[in-house]
Design a protein around this ligand. Structure first.
Ligand code: KG4
Ligand code: ZN
Length: 401
């Protein structure tokens, strides 16, 4: 664990944030005022219209759209904030992880503004920034914290000792939770993007009508799971980070990793029927996909996904408390932190464990640039910034060193 950075951001520091990692072109101005990062403007241009007909983000279309929209988006953010470009102390940009072509556009723009204005450019990790979303417009919470990122690309759990000090405790070994919601919505014919539609539809359903499996991941099963890149292999950062128990000594110990593939398969079988097996009686046909059934499947799927998250949070809290470092705050961020059921359940969990909860306000759940500029305040205060060699990267390494 690295030592916490001591410096506090300086009053009046004003940072422009730029975010283009996926299909949102976003810019925001955040000023440090009275011990908090205050959002002066938050402009987010979604490209959903562009990608809807393909049922997912088309990377080349996304980067072309960023190119057209980035300058007007930055201008709108400065206008809304009522600041001139010359008032800025730094330009922050999400430089990893994401679609490389999309990241390139935001990074090139940020470096051009920084060079023209003679101010530093600050590269920000998008995953870490999602947790800073819960710190916007409020004073810093008590540390240590549990930090949970639930987005379309990530489901990561961190121990945090400050906005910049994070240690990965667990992560999904297959789909991210938002990706699982999006795919479930596609299977159920709800439309795109699926997460919010599944959320809305769940309120009409009975979450107990269909049961979905809850995975029990162990060090051994995680090692055998989806092969991740060596630099961020989940097996080497799961339970081990929380309990100090080496994976090899306790291969059957549960990790703090998550998996959504079993739930997805169960949903597919519920909708299309269980495939026939050789030398077995043919399985019964699936129940008709009535409106009622769709709502029940949404509610059941959502409840099981959130229950898995709460289970992992509970075991992470136990592990840290047993080591004498009980977290005092629960920070949650990422697109799925907009999910109503997840918000209610994490609130209940934090309350039961005596932790204060930091959930982003709704505009800061999905991708935005306020979270990028917000986190950059702590980097700037710590004397950390990048130069014009800043390069985008498709991968995040946050919490791994
Ligand atoms: O953080 P985000 O905007 O982008 C990534 O960094 O991935 O998250 C987008 C994800 C999508 O999968 C979207 O379906 C999901 O967040 N999402 C939701 C809700 N709002 C957005 N999932 C469930 N319920 C919601 N209300
Ligand atoms: Zn995101």
């Amino acid at each position: 664990m690295t030592a916490p950075r001591q410096h506090a951001p300086f009053e009046g520091a004003t940072i422009l944030g730029i975010e283009t990692s996926c299909d949102e072109t976003a810019a925001s101005v955040v000023r440090w005022t009275a011990r908090s990062p205050r959002v002066l403007s938050n402009v987010v241009g979604s490209q959903h219209e562009l990608h809807r007909r393909y049922g997912g983000v088309v990377p080349e279309l996304a980067s072309r759209a960023h190119l057209e929209r980035i300058v007007p988006t930055v201008r709108a953010a400065l206008d809304d904030a009522g600041v001139c470009a010359t008032d800025l102390h730094a330009i922050a940009v999400g430089n990893r992880p994401g679609l490389i072509g999309s990241l390139l556009v935001g990074n090139a723009a940020a470096k051009a503004y920084a060079w023209a204005l003679g101010v530093p450019v600050i590269g920000i990790d998008h995953v870490a920034a999602h947790l800073a979303a819960g710190l916007l417009d409020a004073e810093e919470p008590a540390w240590p914290a549990l930090g949970l990122v639930v987005s379309g690309g990530h489901t990561h759990l961190f121990r945090m000792d400050g906005p910049l000090e994070m240690r990965l405790m667990g992560r999904t070994i297959d789909d991210a939770i938002g990706e699982a919601f999006d795919k479930a919505a596609t299977v159920l014919g709800l439309g795109y993007p699926g997460g919010p539609l599944l959320d809305a539809r769940s309120s009409d359903g009975d979450p107990t009508a269909v049961r979905f499996p809850m995975p029990r991941l162990t060090a051994r099963s995680v090692r055998r799971g989806t092969a991740p890149a060596a630099q961020d292999a989940p097996g080497s950062h799961g339970t081990q980070a929380a309990s100090g128990a080496p994976d090899d000594a306790t291969p059957n110990a549960r990790t703090l990793d998550l998996s959504f593939s079993g739930m997805k398969t169960a949903l597919l079988y519920a909708v299309r029927g269980v495939p026939a097996a050789p030398n077995r009686a043919p399985p019964p046909p699936p129940e008709p996909l009535t409106e009622r059934r769709v709502s029940d499947l949404c509610a059941g799927f959502q409840a099981a996904a959130v229950a898995q998250v709460i289970d992992v949070l509970g075991r992470a809290h136990d592990a840290l408390a047993a080591g004498g470092g009980a977290p005092r705050t629960l920070l949650v961020g990422g697109g799925v932190s907009a999910n109503r059921h997840l918000r209610a359940e994490v609130a209940r969990f934090a309350d039961a464990r005596g932790m204060s909860l930091r959930l982003p306000a709704m505009p800061y759940c999905v991708d935005n640039a306020a979270m990028i500029a917000g986190l950059a305040h702590w980097r700037l205060a710590a004397g950390e910034h990048d130069d014009l060699r800043l390069a985008p990267s498709a991968r995040s390494t946050v919490g791994l060193s």
